[in-house]
Design a protein around this ligand. Structure first.
Ligand code: ZN
Length: 574
């Protein structure tokens, strides 16, 4: 196979080598042989370094197929490559796991650990615990159910005003400034879920059962422990989250409710405020960025140049020059937005669907925060050390959203104050929501026998406890029955991956609070924090960077206190 390298001019002209499974397998096998037959530690270490190289190549090939396919899902070449990649990727990861496991058996393990660090070896051990060949048929069943959920929701067609739309496309109508449009669109959207309630409930029930079976086969009591291990959580567990949840309930819930109360007052619908009104912050609609997509990119360049021309500014320019952005919505393009790091090219790629809302600006800050971290971590030799685990990852991106606040007038002009208030308020209201997504799953997996109806009832109970404004959801029968969770794909596709966003958010709020006193010091600390990537486990990283753990009191009390003060001082009048 032809090798990809970082010396390329334009991303669009980089050819993807077609992956050949036989060739890939023999490459991994010959590395395993070299590792196991090594006559001294240097030989073993040499084989591991070549393994890193091969992993980078494979990761980049699969990522490029994913990116090109998402940019134009109708392109047959990338449709075919996606099918190829779907079928060979699980096998390639099994070769990779086999090599990692061979490291644990190597006679030179102590020297290997000394050379590459204990953390990586611990990560391999944890990964090993979550897998055994006998569970392969169950994993296949789990994947099949995940695809079934994805296909059912991804293929949904909702009829609205004479046209058919996907669930994602309905979003723009549900957030319309025109109340009658958002009310009708929301009723149609939730109507689809209500019509498919039994099917989604059935898929989830099968998922819970198969995940429980996998957990038991691997020697876990239930799926909760396995779910945490799958997330790679080395130094914290469900007990830490218990304490965290209590802090959220005590300090964040009241502040979030206050934000909702003030929002209701501004909107002026009083007791008639409906569930579909809460995405709208101001009577005149939410602030929108000024300028066409190219102008927004040029403004982002100016912003990063003034913030930090040597690192952020220079890197943003390099990404732009190499064609690492695909930002504008177009026909055939997949929904959503993401950042994807391509290790063999040593560059990240940013994908989004600009739609004229403030989300467009959030992409240029959020996804660029991820990209900048990827760049700062790219010199790490061990791939696992380049980026952190999920509970830290989003700190890099969300902090950048806050650290760029002083430059937001470039994008929002007279509406800047309103944008900042809305953005910060949404960060707070998100925390209780993110917390119940995790609490719900913990209950479900520790009570695998309960019915779909009982699961929904438990979701509704959590909603009313952590998101009291959702009493207003009672006007929609499906939402009143606790069906909202059915749209939260993580619950189906990435169990226990969600509370992470909220933990990251609290850390990002810490960077924001620091920046209010001293923007330069906050930004420098952010760069140092991001540069550490995944070189330390969660608690050790916080200790090293002198950050308070969001899960331990009184962090949330202090953080919400400061944010409440800021919000009070910046409360918009209309
Ligand atoms: Zn992100």
């Amino acid at each position: 196979m032809q090798k990809l390298s970082s010396s390329f001019e334009k991303f669009s002209s980089v050819e993807i080598p077609t992956p050949d499974l036989d060739e890939i397998r023999s490459e991994y096998e010959s590395l395993s042989k070299r590792l196991m037959g090594a006559k001294d530690a240097d030989e073993a270490i040499g084989a591991i370094k070549d393994f890193f190289d091969l992993e980078d190549q494979m990761e980049t090939i699969f990522a490029m197929i994913y990116i090109r396919h998402s940019i134009d899902t109708t392109d047959e070449k990338y449709q075919a490559l996606t099918r190829l990649s779907d079928s060979i990727q699980p096998k390639v990861s099994s070769y990779s796991v086999a090599f990692s496991n061979a490291i644990l058996e190597s006679g030179y393990l102590p020297q290997i650990e000394k050379r590459f660090g204990k953390l990586w070896i611990d990560e391999i051990r944890l990964q090993k615990k979550t897998f055994s060949p006998e569970i392969i048929p169950l994993l296949q069943k789990e994947n099949q159910l995940t695809s079934e959920y994805g296909e059912l929701t991804g293929g949904a067609q909702v009829e609205f005003q004479g046209n058919f739309y996907s669930l994602a496309q309905m979003g723009k109508f549900m957030h319309s400034d025109d109340r009658s449009i958002r009310s009708q669109a929301s009723e149609k959207y939730w109507g689809w879920y209500s019509d498919n309630d039994d099917r989604i409930g059935g898929i989830y029930d099968d998922m819970v059962k198969v995940r429980t079976q996998i957990a038991k086969a691997l020697g876990y009591r239930d799926f909760v422990g396995l779910g945490y291990d799958r997330m790679g959580r080395l130094d914290w567990d469900a007990n830490d989250i218990d304490t965290y949840r209590e802090q959220v309930r005590e300090f964040v819930v009241p502040l979030a409710q206050k934000i909702r109360d003030e929002q209701e007052k501004r909107l002026g619908f009083g007791a008639l405020t409906k569930y579909y009104d809460f995405d709208i912050f101001y009577q005149g609609g939410n602030p929108k960025p000024l300028g066409a997509p190219e102008e927004l990119v040029a403004k982002a360049q100016r912003m990063y140049d003034s913030m930090d021309s040597t690192t952020a500014g220079a890197f943003f320019r390099k990404m732009d020059e190499k064609g690492m952005f695909d930002l504008v919505a177009k026909k055939g393009k997949e929904g959503g937005g993401y950042e994807y790091y391509l290790p063999a090219l040593k560059m990240p790629f940013i994908f989004s669907n600009f739609n004229g809302t403030s989300d467009d600006v959030d992409t240029l800050t959020h996804e660029f925060g991820h990209a900048l971290q990827a760049y700062l971590g790219s010199d790490q030799e061990v791939p696992a050390y380049r980026s952190s685990t999920a509970e830290i990852d989003e700190t890099h991106s969300m902090s950048m959203e806050f650290l760029t606040y002083p430059f937001m007038d470039l994008f929002f002009g007279k509406q800047t104050e309103k944008y900042r208030y809305m953005h910060l308020a949404e960060a707070i209201t998100f925390i209780p929501y993110g917390t119940i997504v995790d609490a719900f799953q913990e209950y479900v997996y520790s009570h695998p026998e309960i019915s779909h109806k009982e699961r929904k009832a438990y979701w509704r109970k959590l909603e009313l406890e952590f998101l009291p404004y959702r009493q207003s959801f009672a006007s929609n029968e499906f939402l009143a029955s606790g069906g909202f969770f059915e749209r939260q794909a993580h619950i189906f596709e990435n169990p226990f991956y969600y509370v992470d966003y909220t933990i990251s958010e609290v850390l990002a709020l810490e960077f924001f609070i620091m920046s209010l006193d001293d923007p330069k010091a906050a930004y420098d600390k952010y760069l140092a924090f991001a540069s550490l990537g995944g070189t330390l486990p969660y608690k050790a990283l916080l200790k090293k960077t002198h950050m308070d753990n969001p899960m331990v009191p009184p962090t949330l009390k202090r953080v919400t206190g400061k944010i409440a003060q800021y919000l009070d001082r910046h409360l918009p009048k209309d």
